[in-house]
Design a protein around this ligand. Structure first.
Ligand code: NAI
Ligand code: MG
Length: 487
């Protein structure tokens, strides 16, 4: 059986290579985190399928790259039109596959998928200034040339959103693509491939190889014909990929995890602080940007904690298809066990769990209660390692210097939230934070024009706006002399 019917969509379970569907002898099982429903057996690719997909992408490259930004943009906009026409289907499908909220998929995530494609298509046309400047009468002509085949490896927490955040700029830059979606959430990429066909994307420009990281992912990242690797996922996997890329010196863009601080200064509006910190449970805590370490000034810690708990206790956990639900299940039993393990070890060390701390027994399955751990031991696992679940810690500080030292005191540097009632005070803090994105009195405001990425172990490189093209394209400078011209 190569077609499965999920949430109103017909999904081909085979790979998408050179515009056609390709099977593998082996398959893997895909289930829904909502209730464990079996969704289907998915083709499990390895080196053979990767070789085929990379060869197809390589063969499609000359024509696609020659099409130019305008021609590519027209097709990307057609794909975006189809995404918009199918938002309801895509939203339901993604919710079944990864358990994130249906209402967020409908209102925010799937419209953003279309926007990812439109934005980078238009940026390539309008904003990549083929800048010219003079050096002693010579002109420097800067251009962003297509670079070849881009390997895109994506995680399960926001599958199509994160895939198109890479597919958009890669295709707009004139590269061709091989995507390896996460094995827990392969369905939306397969559906998206059908939309690409309907939009008239030439064969081989976009390919999907499904399978496990250590098989399909490893073959793809080690492939000598790959020009770029863009990966979002965990730090250990990024290290493996960096090794695989080293032999070919393939440039890598890594967007990795975090252990971001949410700093509540003594002059903060406590209602806003509670609202913003409780938001860190969104997507059941499976968000790389999540500010999971609440750092609060000691003078307001009790008042803040009271407001936090009042608000957090209203979080409605349940079926992500229910419009009343605020947070759904964790992605997979393996991940659920990983989260439980973190919390258990914190308990064993005597952590003060003031909210949650256990699976939601009313719901059963993969639902873990929103958890707050107060004053964990400095340097302990629960305040240094990325849990990637609905688990926040709360620590207090007494001076700005202490807050900054605590905020910067992990190996990560992805994001930070600062809540303050005084702009100069907020600035004095943000200036010293090591993070790719800092939100002051807000969270998750994200413009595709802005640079996005992580410092320290949270990433390598930046994407967004021209930064994306600096990565996916070959940036070239042609220096032209004023001399030697015959006419
Ligand atoms: P992972 O980093 O292993 O998986 C992400 C992607 O990498 C998947 O598509 C996977 O198949 C692929 N992959 C795995 N091994 C590979 C290899 N050797 N070569 C090429 N590709 C490979 O993440 P996983 O195991 O799903 O989650 C583990 C932890 O990673 C989470 O608990 C969380 O801390 C972090 N994570 C961070 C994300 C982020 O948005 N920054 C997203 C997902 C996970
Ligand atoms: Mg799934």
């Amino acid at each position: 059986m190569t077609t499965i019917h999920v949430a109103g969509a017909d999904i081909d379970t085979r790979h998408f290579i050179n515009g056609t569907r390709v099977s593998s002898e082996q398959t893997f099982i895909n289930t829904s985190p909502i209730d464990g429903t079996f969704l289907g057996e998915i083709a499990r690719g390895g080196k053979a399928e990767v070789d085929q997909a990379v060869a197809a992408a390589k063969a499609a490259f000359p024509q696609w790259s020659a099409l130019g930004p305008q021609g590519r943009g027209e097709i990307l906009h057609r794909i975006a039109d189809l995404v918009e026409a199918n938002i309801e289907t895509l939203a339901n499908l993604e919710t079944m596959d990864n358990g994130s909220l249906l209402r967020s998929h409908r209102r925010g995530v799937m419209p953003r998928v279309a926007h990812n494609l439109r934005f980078f298509a238009d940026w390539a046309i309008n904003e990549l200034h083929h800048e010219v400047f003079e050096t002693r009468g010579h002109s420097n002509n800067i251009s962003w040339d297509p670079s070849g085949v881009a390997a895109l490896i994506t995680p399960w927490n926001a599958p199509l959103m994160l895939a198109t955040w890479k597919i958009g700029p890669a295709l707009a830059a004139g590269d061709t693509v091989v995507l390896k979606p996460a094995e827990w959430t392969p369905l939306s990429a397969s559906y998206f491939a059908d939309l690409c066909t309907q939009a008239g994307l030439p064969n081989g420009v976009f390919n999907v190889v499904q399978g496990f990281g250590r098989e399909a992912g490893a073959a793809l990242t080690a492939h000598p014909d790959i020009a770029r690797i863009s990966f979002t996922g965990s730090v250990p996997t990024a290290k493996v990929i960096a090794h695989a890329a080293a032999d070919n010196l393939t440039p890598c863009s890594f967007e990795l995890g975090g252990k971001s601080p949410a700093i509540v200064l003594a002059d903060a509006d406590l209602d806003l602080a509670a609202e913003l910190t409780v938001e860190q449970y969104d997507n059941a805590g499976q968000v790389c940007l999540s500010g999971t370490r609440i750092l609060v000034h000691e003078d307001i810690a009790d008042a803040f904690a009271a407001k936090f708990i009042e608000r957090a206790s209203k979080i409605k956990q349940g079926d992500p298809r229910d419009p009343e639900t605020d947070i759904g299940p964790q992605i997979h039993q393996v991940h659920f066990d990983r989260i439980s393990g973190f919390v258990q070890r914190a308990k064993d060390e005597g952590a003060n769990i003031i909210m949650g701390g256990s699976p939601n027994t009313n719901l059963g399955g993969l639902y873990f209660n929103p958890t707050l751990i107060k004053n964990p031991a400095p340097g302990s696992e629960i305040v240094t390692a990325e849990v990637f679940g609905p688990v926040l810690t709360m620590q207090t500080f007494s001076t700005d210097e202490e807050a900054i030292a605590m905020a910067n005191g992990t190996e990560f540097g992805l994001a930070a939230v600062v809540v303050s009632g005084n702009r100069a005070h907020a600035d004095a803090i943000t200036k010293h934070l090591v993070a790719g994105t800092i939100w002051v009195n807000c969270f998750f405001v994200r413009d595709l024009k802005a640079p996005f990425g992580g410092s320290k172990k949270s990433g390598v490189g930046r994407e967004g706006g021209t930064w994306s093209f600096d990565f996916y394209a070959d940036v070239k400078n042609t220096v032209v002399s004023p001399n030697g011209w015959k006419e």
